[in-house]
Ligand binder design. Structure first.
Ligand code: PYC
Length: 316
């Protein structure tokens, strides 16, 4: 492990992203998915040291820049969080675009970004705003009934937006900031119920994100959401992949036309603008627009004697 990691932090609609600029592990060459596997198997301490306390915190998403394998892409990226690795991350991609602009690595315009779940096209609209044309997104199962302890039967759709989501159309709890603890507890119960019932995404993929939807608190938004991330933190942003999954459900139900704008509000009141085009096999290609702001630049330092150089052990 290196003793210094250079990073730049930003937030997208309140949700933090830490882009690693220097000091990441050498993952060799080859397809991005193979390098992601190498990161997972041999360098998980790197992920933990960057994301876990005392240098990070639960909500933080890391973005490790990599040489792309796909020659049509300008760069590749591996996203990671407090419990593992993410195929795609919408807020993180917006944060990455704004970060790359701030260090002079890109100019306004379009660049192609390789992720482990596909190529994403990112358009930097100005110093803070970017549009992400996400990977094809789709609804996999409609109206799944789920018995959730303390809430009876809840209904939701299983959808892919770059990560797997269980999208509950009508949250049984009000989507209010003061209720975040209860919303988190409910979402954890939903995830436990999905596991108990063996409800998965395609290919038995674990559904690790829960999205509760409800009425917006501002007239400029179409809907508000609360999204539980895989490691138990909630997404402060409206969640780029969650908004993509939502668009796939709206499109499948005929509730939003291609090209029409959908404004998604997050639990903290931040907004993403979204729209979609149709693409192959009843999937949609969502575009998510949001803003990000730098919050810090610096170096993470790791003294040899530091007992917490790789974060807090899991049992703390
Ligand atoms: O914006 O896609 C997203 C995301 C996933 C997890 C946290 N944010």
């Amino acid at each position: 492990m290196k003793n210094k990691i250079k990073y730049l932090d930003s937030h997208t609609g309140g949700e933090p992203t830490r882009v690693i600029l220097e000091g990441g592990p050498d993952l060799g060459s080859g397809p991005l998915s193979e390098r992601a596997e190498r990161l997972r198997l041999h360098f998980d301490g790197f992920r933990r040291s960057v994301i876990e306390e005392p240098r990070g915190w639960d909500a933080l998403v890391g973005a490790l820049l990599c040489k792309p394998y796909d020659p049509s892409c300008e760069t590749g990226v591996l996203f990671f969080n407090n419990v593992g690795y993410l195929g795609m991350c919408g807020h993180g991609t917006i944060g990455l675009a704004v970060t790359l602009k701030s260090i002079g690595a890109i100019n306004p315009g379009v660049f192609r970004l390789e992720t482990t779940v596909g190529v994403v096209e990112v358009e930097l609209l100005d110093d803070h705003r970017a549009a992400v044309r996400n990977v094809p997104s789709r609804r996999y199962r409609k109206g799944v009934n789920l018995r959730v302890a303390g809430y009876g039967t809840l209904q939701g759709d299983v959808a892919w937006g770059g990560n797997w989501f269980f999208v509950v159309k009508q949250s049984p709890l009000p989507l209010e900031r003061k209720g975040i603890r209860e919303l988190t507890e409910l979402s954890l119960r939903i995830r436990a119920a999905l596991e108990r019932e063996g409800i998965t995404g395609e290919g038995e993929a674990r559904i690790d994100h829960i999205e509760l939807c409800g009425p917006p608190s501002t007239e400029v938004a179409d809907e508000k959401n609360f999204v539980l991330c895989p490691g138990g933190a909630f997404d402060r942003s409206p969640c780029g992949t969650g908004t993509s999954a939502k668009l796939a459900c709206l499109a499948a139900d005929g509730l939003l036309e291609p090209g029409d704008t959908w404004v998604q509000e997050s639990i903290v009141g931040s907004l993403f603008e979204a729209s979609y085009e149709y693409c192959e096999e009843s999937s949609v290609l969502p575009t998510i627009v949001g803003s990000a702001y730098e919050t810090a630049r610096g170096e993470l330092l790791f003294a040899e004697q530091d007992p917490f150089a790789k974060g807090f052990p899991k049992d703390l």
